[in-house]
Design a protein. Sequence first.
Length: 501
Amino acid sequence: MENSLLSLLIWLPIFSSVLVIFIGNNHANTARWASIIISVLVFMMSLSLYTGFDSSTHLMQFVERTSWISQFNIHYHIGIDGISMPLIILTTFSTILVIVAGWEVITKRCAHYMAAFLMMEGLIIGVFSSLDAILFYAFWEASLIPMLLIIGIWGGGNRVYASIKFFLYTFLGSVFMLVSLIYMYNKGGSFSILDMHNLELSFAEQSYIFWAFFIAFSVKVPMFPVHTWLPDAHVQAPTGGSVILAAIMLKMGGYGFFRFSLPITPDASLEFSEIIIVLSLIAIVYIGFVALVQRDMKKLIAYSSISHMGFVTLGVFILFLVYKSSAIEGALLGLEGAMVQMISHGFISAAMFLVVGVLYDRLHSREISTYGGVINSMPKFTGFAVLFAMANAGLPGTSGFVGEFMVILGAIQANIWYGVLAASTLIIGAAYTLWMVKRVFWGAVTNPVVATLKDINAREFSILAILAVAVLAMGLYPQSVIELIHTSIEHLLHQALTSKL
């Protein structure tokens, strides 16, 4: 079982999605139940990765390798370490949430909707577990297709524009990555990602490869200034699409920096690190101010996501400046903080979009001005919403504080002003989050329809309660995650600081 566990996690949801399509939209309830059973089964299986994982080694575990395209030395080669394993569990966890969230809401082509998320689950697990570059690229690009359909079919009024913009941005960025992978194959004779880590490259070669990777991964994160597709995609996507987009798909970009940029191009990463740090700080501060002026709740949370993901890229590249000026512990702090931030943002962004989804299902409006005094008619829901809003603002005791605090501590060791700028998000984030909470949940009821709203039902309560537990558990005891990733991050840091010249 252990030897084929990763393959099961990848292919079971993919093949099951085909089964759900064959069940058909005329049997929507059967499709719903089949989807939830499969997603829960995949999640339970993914927990075996956690229980069977040895966190004391950086070596790949649960490895499977068979020849795929022998003429080009391409293998079906998968495995996980402490960087990829938490992201796989986050993927399987989030898939359950979106299927339950769309249970009653999605009535149009319900079977196809559920199948798209199952398909995407398998493909994204493939991204996080691939150890062959072509296999990685195949999963990376294929994962765009279900999301394109989710936005384009079940999205809002401007869904076609948003879905095509999403696809073109992310697809064209990845073309540069493919060119660099083929170049490294021609030089080293292998598509194995682990072999590429050890490939000898000149500084010029590293520079070209670094920027090729950067284009692909920065669009996915997304970093400033290639972030403009994200607000459009979020606003038009159905709630489930927004949850997976923010909680999982953005993490693929961060994961790319961890798995490819740092170990393959360490010297170029060092050389260009300050450029990436500046872009990350612009995302954290400037995009935070952009979020402050939004009138649409989904747009506000979308811009908030870009700002919070800026901490991931800041934590990744600040390590070079920290290492120059202090001990290796500071560099490790930034890198681990970036990883913790990715996982935490997965929980919080999912929760925030689900909160907006609950309101949208009732009033079919995302405009902040439509609401006011929601606490009077939906007190239980407001309790959850305020908790997640506080986590989004980085309140200590929630997961939103941990990763950002670690990255800020690392940034201060590199340059006090970098730390100050990064820390400003605690003020800006609180400003736009509290601005939204005040106008939506507090105050007098200005819209008479708000007074008639029914509080969350058992289905909605269970989804938000599970996420609340995750946000608080990680915020109060982050050590459980840090211990899991520590050895793999430490090895990555060693790779990033070891010159190939």
